[in-house]
Design a protein. Structure first.
Lengths: 508, 352
């Protein structure tokens, strides 16, 4: 089906972000009509920036965009839509309290009145053609993430888009939904829609028609999947060979219970139980991986353990000490380190200096203060400098504002801070989400080293590869319940994937 | 050629100060045009302001007289704004300080100076603090927006003051003016001879500047204030008691505004009347921001702004300009400084 008609082309697209980052540098990219084109690169490679330029959300500092050979003026998303370009963002832009139909109609600003019957019949027609089924009368908040994504794609098709940009479309999907998603892409392609999808996963890139690799703002190469293998792709992506973590040193886990969660019930933000009777335990030096699609109660579970969310029912013990509904600081002081999900939003104070962020959990401890009132920064400097070296944080001096640091450096800073305080349990929420390969490796290595030293780790992640790589035991969380706990040796990817999607497994 | 606007990544201190100076110069330039329209030589007008505010002995002391309440109020507001809590109620807190001090002065006048004067400061501080307590509780317990409550508390305080000076406290020998009797001699704050400077309050203000500097930059409380103000989610995550910080900063600012009230009745007017404050509580908000929420900056801003007020008054007399001109002059300086704030956060470049 693929024709060699180039439908979209960029010439010398350059985008500069002060003070010194070229997010895109002289990018010459092209898209053929009816192809599935993977845009591969690490975080910060400039993939999203390039796509937002195509969609008119950012204006390039230099360079031009050509559509069907003609120079295009794309100054806003509205211009992009008029060229039949549509972008589905990583974070969906849907109105939660409206129905599917209403959301689709909303997306089109050129018409004020949308006769509901007409809209509905057109949506149904599109759903049939592309096998994109959703309940069109459901409210958005009632839908699963996979369904929401389908609504976003329906919006694009309803608007008559011919070029569809998808920003990390698979990062929120379960393995089953992922397979279904690629089927939808095939259908779209059959109907001559051209697709660009952003990813940093090699397997997915290999399923496309062509792959373009970006690295540090530059286009490295555009290749066909059949002429390349994964190792070469990795080399292009990161510019060098990286030794992946493979196995874990054998070690004995003692029988001492560090974390004991008994029949835990926790309310979510919507006022319904986000955690429903979770029970599990964690032994000294053990890593328990909790797999699950985000939004199934993992965040609420972690927040309840550290006292950030009230516990309605059940109990939590840390080393035999009952910490149920105790103040957060009390729980931290009892040896809990917590790596939050949203590192910018909750992990750091962006306007404060690196050192001020480093001391967030320890500034009040007697050993760092005089009379518990005056903070003695000089006493922190040694610990800080050691941590900078140990975790490879790149920072010119301790008084530099955190907002100038990259995401990876911020995560290393958070990790360093959490581990600089006495701890016997680490709760890690999506610790490597969105990090580049090198930083991901460093974070995982640190967690493994910690467990070797006897620290217990509750690892909550959507990344199954990560769960399997690090955990001793694997549990799956689905709709607030722990739906299965496996020894790592007895767990297999297929079963875990099914449980994550809500399938019942006998004997689990 | 095109113009490009970019957010500054690092805001350098030197640049910020330079931009503020350019802002003042631009304001002076704009005002010069207005003065020219009124057939006044702008250079002479500016010289008059400068002379009246800072270069004559009388002017300088008057500038300090206005500096005392403005500095106390803006120091307090600086602390509370740093915690991203919006106390708009300094005016009311000042008035409550003045009212309670008046009661102490008029009823406990038999006490010797060295007892009654500390008592006046203390009761004024507590009165301002208490007036800030109500909005603090509403915010912490019921999540009521403090901007609205603190502002409305100002109106209530004004009415309470009017009730007392028109009613039970009205001076029977005051020819019917809405004012209380004069304070007894021993309940008047000590004054530098030949001026109106009640120096004990001035010393309190300067001590406050130093104490707040230490509080913000050296202590755990100050650190918590910065964290709460910088990212409330991070504060929650770190286990910081946010309610405690909101409460503490609110009562610090309320108490300091109350002290300003003590100075105005005890050191300037020696009685309570409805015009105790010409809006110091509101001016303090502006000064706290102009000073960049930093103790030294706020002190400088309060001093310069006081000079502007004094110079404006002098201009009115010396050049026979209407009051409105002075308001335009003061207003435009503020306008330019606040507008130029944009350039401290963004940089603009011309590119080919």
């Amino acid at each position: 089906m693929t024709s060699d008609n180039i439908i979209l082309e960029t010439r010398n697209i350059t985008k500069f972000f002060p003070p010194n980052i070229y997010a895109n540098y002289k990018i010459n990219f092209n898209l053929k009509e009816g192809e599935i084109h993977a845009l591969l690169g690490e975080n910060g490679a400039g993939k999203t920036t390039l796509m937002r330029i195509l969609f008119g959300e950012l204006t390039p500092d230099e360079g031009e965009i050509y559509i069907k050979g003609k120079k295009a003026r794309i100054k806003s998303p509205r211009d992009a839509i008029s060229y039949k370009i549509w972008m589905v963002h990583q974070h969906f832009r849907l109105v939660e309290n409206l129905t599917v139909t209403e959301n689709i109609a909303l997306g089109l600003a050129n018409k004020i009145i949308h006769p509901e019957k007409e809209v509905e019949s057109k949506i149904k027609e599109i759903m049939e053609t592309y096998e994109l089924r959703v309940d069109i009368n459901a409210k958005i908040w009632q839908l699963s993430t996979g369904e929401k994504q389908r609504v976003e794609i329906l919006k694009a098709l309803y608007a008559g888009s011919k070029i569809l940009i998808l920003d990390e479309p698979t990062s929120v999907l379960t393995p089953l939904e992922r397979e279904r998603f690629f089927k939808v892409l095939k259908k779209l392609k059959e109907n001559r829609t051209s697709i660009i999808f952003i990813t940093h996963k090699l397997d997915e890139a290999m399923k496309s028609d062509r792959i373009t690799v970006l690295r540090k703002g530059k286009l490295i190469a555009t290749v066909y999947p059949y002429e390349i293998d994964k190792n070469e792709l990795v080399k292009m992506m990161i510019g060098k060979n990286i030794s992946f973590l493979t196995t874990k040193n054998k070690r004995s886990i003692s029988n001492k219970k560090v974390l004991n969660v008994k029949n835990l019930w926790v309310l979510g933000d919507r006022g319904v139980y986000a955690v429903q009777g979770a029970t599990f335990e964690l032994k000294e030096g053990e890593i328990l991986g909790i797999a699950g699609v985000a939004g199934n109660g993992q965040k609420e579970l972690a927040e309840a353990i550290v006292g950030l969310r009230p516990i309605s029912k059940g109990e939590i013990y840390i080393c035999e000490k009952n910490i149920t509904n105790k103040p957060t600081r009390f729980i931290y002081d009892n040896g809990v380190a917590f790596i939050p999900e949203d590192r910018i939003g909750t992990g750091v104070i962006i306007d404060l200096s690196v050192i001020d962020n480093f001391i967030l959990k320890t500034y009040y401890l007697p050993e760092y203060t005089k009379h518990k009132i005056f903070i003695q920064y000089n006493k922190f400097l040694n610990t800080f400098n050691d941590a900078v070296k140990k975790y490879g944080i790149i920072v010119p001096n301790p008084y530099f504002p955190v907002k100038t640091l990259s995401g990876g450096n911020i995560q290393k800073l958070i990790l360093a801070r959490e581990l600089s305080k006495k701890h016997k349990l680490i709760i890690a929420l999506h610790p490597t989400y969105g990090l580049d390969v090198a930083t991901t490796n460093a974070v995982r290595k640190t967690l493994l080293e910690e467990s070797m030293r006897g620290t217990s780790i509750l690892l909550i992640s959507e990344d199954l590869e990560e769960i399997f790589l690090l955990s001793d035991k694997i549990a799956v969380m689905y709709r607030g319940k722990i739906v299965g706990v496996f020894e790592k040796e007895k767990a297999d990817l297929h079963t875990i994937g099914l449980l994550m999607a809500g399938e019942e497994i006998r004997g689990a | 050629m095109r113009i490009r606007i970019r957010k500054r990544v690092v805001e350098s201190k030197r640049k910020i100060i330079l931009i503020k100076i350019i802002a003042v110069l631009s304001a002076l330039l704009a005002d010069a045009i207005i003065f020219l329209f009124m057939n006044v030589d702008p250079l002479r007008a500016y010289y008059e302001i400068l002379r009246a505010a800072f270069l004559t002995e009388y002017g300088l002391t008057e500038t300090i007289v206005k500096f005392i309440p403005l500095a106390l109020i803006s120091f307090g507001l600086m602390v509370v704004f740093k915690a991203q809590t919006w106390n708009i109620g300094a005016e009311g807190q000042l008035l409550m300080g003045a009212i309670v001090t008046t009661w102490v002065a008029l009823n406990l006048g038999f006490l010797p100076s060295y007892i009654i004067i500390p008592l006046m400061y203390f009761s004024g501080f507590i009165a301002g603090l208490s007036w800030a307590l109500i909005p603090s509780f509403l915010k912490i317990k019921l999540h009521v927006n403090e901007v609205l409550t603190t502002f409305m508390m100002n109106l209530i305080a004004q009415k309470i003051l009017e009730y007392f000076v028109y009613g039970p406290w009205r001076d029977p020998h005051g020819w019917g003016f809405p004012q209380t009797a004069m304070f007894p001699e021993n309940a008047r704050l000590p004054i530098l001879p030949g001026t109106r400077i009640h120096y004990t309050t001035l010393l309190l203000a300067l001590a406050t500047c130093f104490i707040l500097y230490v509080l913000i930059w050296k202590t755990t409380i100050g650190y918590e204030i910065k964290v709460v103000g910088g990212n409330i989610e991070a504060a929650r995550y770190a286990g910081i008691n946010i309610a405690k910080i909101v409460f503490l900063t609110m009562i610090i600012s309320g108490g300091l505004a109350g002290l300003a009230g003590v100075g105005e009745v005890g050191g300037i007017k020696f009685r309570l009347n409805p015009n105790v404050s010409p809006g110091y509580g509101y001016t303090g908000i502006v000064i706290a921001w102009l000073g960049g929420l930093n103790p030294l900056g706020v002190a400088i801003a309060a001093f310069l702004y006081s000079g502007l007020l004094v110079g404006g008054d002098a201009l009115q007399v010396a050049m026979r300009l209407p009051q409105a001109t002075i308001n335009i002059f003061n207003g435009s300086i503020l306008f330019f400084i606040l507008a130029f704030d944009f350039f401290t956060r963004y940089e603009i470049k011309l590119e080919r």
